[in-house]
Write a protein of this length. Structure first.
Length: 393
């Protein structure tokens, strides 16, 4: 004996599956069929990959979009060279267009952190600083390979002196010191390694600030699992994940940096990316309180600052002369720069920190800090000109 065929069977469509859908259809009527279709649609949505989920906020809020910085600004952290392109191309391929964008956004100068050393430093200085005096300040690097190939710390000091003589505005120290750089015996070298003391001391004697990127975001050191707030970013860039890779923990690197700053009061340091501690602004404030030779820049941390706007505004107000704005926009991206203006200047709430369809650093929105003009004057320009002497020339 065969089961009775329902209306959907007469049309050739599959009979409803067992469970809730069958019970709905048995009740009869179009309403039941519409409900069944709704459940099927919900099932399809439940299978949508997270990277395709792009919700649009239903909030209706005032919006302000500053086109120029409220006061003339210095971008104290950017990348204009070829280093991060593996030497293949300049981050800013058209310098004239770059200057036009700077003028349009009210940015009077950009700090280029890509100088490196030797011929590469000379190429950066020729393209930017020497060709356009007052508009660019290029930092040099040192070649940490000297620690493992027998040349040693004296070679690093000599490189720094050569960079200063060429016109470098400061020393950029990347996160490889502490994560990857090793000595001749294969031991990892941390920033506060006593063997490096002559380098830091010489930077102070030369009047060169040392801008140090000591660690990546805290989430990069955590397990890459469903609890990691930057899971999507780490899945897209698995090489950025540091958990389980035998590197020092985040807090170990931060302690090393604090120890370095304390050991060299005659040298001025800038902690890049809010001293790599944007997740703990109270700790940043304590670090600034403890070390008058330390400043921090805001680069690359708009997403972190904007989700804690009151704490961020408080930090900037209390330490305005020691907080430098930097866009870290890799070639000076106009849209990113203007998002920074909105974040620092306005009281707008719950807006995207990125123009990307899916926020790249985490699925949250940001709110403005609404800083006063006197604070903006310091954050945009005053602190940079104070901490980077080349900008005051």
């Amino acid at each position: 004996m065969h089961a009775a065929r329902g209306p959907s069977d007469e049309s050739g469509a599959a009979a409803p599956p067992p469970g809730p859908l069958r019970r709905l259809v048995r009740r009869g009527g179009g309403r039941a069929l519409r409900t069944a279709a709704s459940l099927r649609a919900r099932a399809r949505l439940a299978a949508v990959p997270l990277d395709r989920y792009a919700p649009r906020s239903a909030l209706r809020l005032p919006e302000h979009h500053p086109q120029r910085a409220a006061v003339s600004a210095v971008d104290a952290h950017n990348h204009l060279g070829t280093w991060l392109n593996d030497g293949a191309a300049w981050m800013a391929p058209d310098v004239r267009a770059l200057l036009g964008t700077m003028d349009a956004t009210g940015v009077e100068a950009v700090v280029n952190l890509d100088g490196r050393w030797g011929a590469e430093l000379e190429a950066n200085l020729d393209r930017y600083d020497r060709a356009h005096p007052g508009r660019f300040a290029t930092f040099c690097h040192v070649d940490w390979a000297a620690l493992s190939d027998g040349r040693g710390v004296p070679a690093l000091v000599a490189q720094l002196e050569a960079g200063a003589a060429a016109g470098a505005a400061g020393l950029k120290v990347w996160k490889d010191l502490g994560l990857r750089v090793r000595d001749g015996a294969g031991r990892l070298v941390l920033p506060d390694d006593e063997r490096l003391a002559p380098l830091w001391r010489r930077a102070g004697e030369l009047g060169l600030p040392a801008l140090v990127h000591v660690a990546d975001p805290l989430a990069f050191f955590a397990p890459v699992d469903r609890h990691n707030e930057r899971l999507e970013e780490l899945l897209a860039h698995p090489d950025w994940a540091l958990h389980g890779r035998g590197v020092p923990a985040h807090d170990v690197l931060l302690r090393s940096f604090a120890s370095l700053v304390a050991a060299h009061p005659g040298t001025r340091f800038v902690g890049a990316h809010v001293a790599s501690s944007a997740e703990d602004l109270a700790a940043v404030g304590a670090l600034l309180d403890a070390h008058p030779n330390l400043a921090v820049d805001l680069s690359g941390r708009a997403a972190e600052l904007g989700r804690q706007p009151r704490a961020a505004a408080d930090l900037l107000r209390r330490h305005a002369g020691r907080v430098l704005w930097g866009s870290d926009s890799f070639g000076f991206d106009e849209a990113e720069v203007r998002t920074w203006f909105r974040l620092l200047e306005t009281s707008d709430e719950h807006f995207p920190y990125s123009t990307a369809p899916v926020p790249p650093q985490g699925r949250w929105a940001v709110s403005g800090l609404a800083l006063e003009d006197a604070v903006l004057e310091q954050v945009y320009r005053g602190a940079a000109r104070s901490w980077i002497p080349a900008l005051a020339r």
